[in-house]
Design a protein around this ligand. Structure first.
Ligand code: BGC
Length: 391
């Protein structure tokens, strides 16, 4: 029998984006430098949200959204070491103003993967002595924008960032299996978050500071349940990938933001439908990562969950199933306060360039025309009714 699963009053619904992936026209960060060196696809003007944010936010509103996640581009705010660009601060104030005009509660991430070139050239987060630059930038931006936003996350997916740049060599600085540097970066990011938290809260106790954590549901397949090696490997990976960073930062968090894309099954895995990224669609994993993150005793928000699906054939069902899993977690007492689909629009998917289509809204790269996908209307129903109807 069909049943409406109601969400708590005030639950926030929306979508997420990140500066370098949507804004266009950013030429002085490490990704732009990598593009010039021919190592990644250039982002160029991309989908040009820098100039089209009003249109995009009006679309989000028309789709029933009540919140929206963006990030601030460090290389715009501090294009040279110690030189802060107030024109760019004013730009982001207008962006936030536009979110408010569309009744979208803003969630701001201060750093989403891209580094100003000058910071990258100094060795980035590999060097402990560079942490102070990040802390100064975070405190500056929050002090400037706090009148327009209450929820700030210091950083996006530190574990992903460290491994893609220092183990797998796929993202700047393209280091392959530099294990020592990898650990240094992880430990420095922990310090960077904690110090930024203290610095922000010292002068702005009224804002809420979180970090955005990419967690994976790790499990042993039923057919391998007696395999001790799998259990140990699963437990260790879970501890390192999902827990370690949060264990070390939990005293410096007002809330925890969770991004969910993967499960990792040890042993013989059942076959699952895959997204255009080749990733299993495993919505029940979201329930498990939320249940786990609840142990830190903070409010949780799903700040990313989504799929690349150019044909829009699986998106509607996948969103619905994820939302049902969020509901299940909430009904068992997990304090989840919002859900933000990744992403509002098709955008620059890092080393894949513009080839992967995560958007609720498709974008024609030539004309920049936005076209709402069918699945976005199904999500709209969920947002507007604050409920999901089970099959
Ligand atoms: C990142 C996004 C990215 C998405 C899809 C997340 O890990 O925060 O920037 O586009 O995954 O790969």
């Amino acid at each position: 029998m069909k049943e409406a699963l109601k969400f708590p009053d005030g639950f926030l619904w929306g979508a997420a984006t990140a500066s370098y992936q949507v804004e266009g026209g950013i030429e002085n960060n490490d990704w732009a430098a990598a593009a010039r060196a021919g190592r990644v696809v250039p982002a160029g003007i991309g989908i040009d949200q820098y100039n089209r944010y009003k249109e995009d936010f009006a679309l989000a509103k028309s789709l029933g959204h009540t919140c929206h996640r963006i990030s601030i581009e460090w290389s715009r705010i501090e294009p040279e070491e110690g030189k802060f660009d107030m024109a760019q601060i004013n730009h982001y104030k207008q962006v936030l103003q536009s979110l408010h005009e569309n009744n979208l509660v803003p969630f701001v991430t201060l750093w989403h993967f891209t580094l100003p070139e000058w910071f990258a050239q100094k060795g980035g987060f590999r060097k402990k002595e560079n942490i102070g630059f990040f802390v100064r930038y975070c405190a500056f931006v929050v002090a400037q924008l706090k009148g327009h936003c209450k929820n700030f996350a210091t950083m996006n997916e530190p574990m992903v960032y460290s491994s893609m740049g220092y183990l797998w060599g796929q993202w700047p600085p393209f280091e392959i299996f530099k294990v020592e540097w990898y650990f240094k970066v992880v430990f420095n990011l922990i310090r960077a978050h904690n110090q930024a938290y203290n610095e922000i809260k010292k002068d702005n106790p009224e804002v809420l500071v979180s970090l955005v954590k990419h967690n994976i549901y790790m499990h042993v397949s039923p057919s391998s349940r007696f395999n001790l090696v799998y259990h140990v490997a699963c437990r260790l990976s879970h501890w390192w990938w999902n827990e370690y960073f949060l264990n070390k930062t939990s005293k410096h968090l007002d809330a925890i933001d969770i991004n969910y894309y993967f499960h990792s099954e040890y042993g013989k895995s059942a076959k699952h439908i895959k997204s255009d990224m080749g990733w299993d669609l495993y919505p029940e994993g979201l329930y498990h990562v939320l249940k786990h993150a609840a142990k830190y005793g903070k409010d949780l928000r799903v700040t990313e969950a989504g799929l690349a699906d150019e044909k829009d054939q699986f998106r509607e069902q996948y969103i619905k199933s994820m939302v049902e899993n969020v509901h299940r977690a909430i009904s068992e007492g997990t304090p989840v306060k919002g859900f933000m689909y990744w992403s509002l629009l098709d955008n620059y998917e890092w080393s894949h360039g513009f080839s992967k289509k995560f958007g609720l809204i498709a974008v024609d790269l030539e004309t920049k025309k936005r076209t709402v996908r069918h699945s976005a209307y199904a999500y709209k129903k969920i947002c507007e009714t604050n409920a999901v109807i089970t099959d």
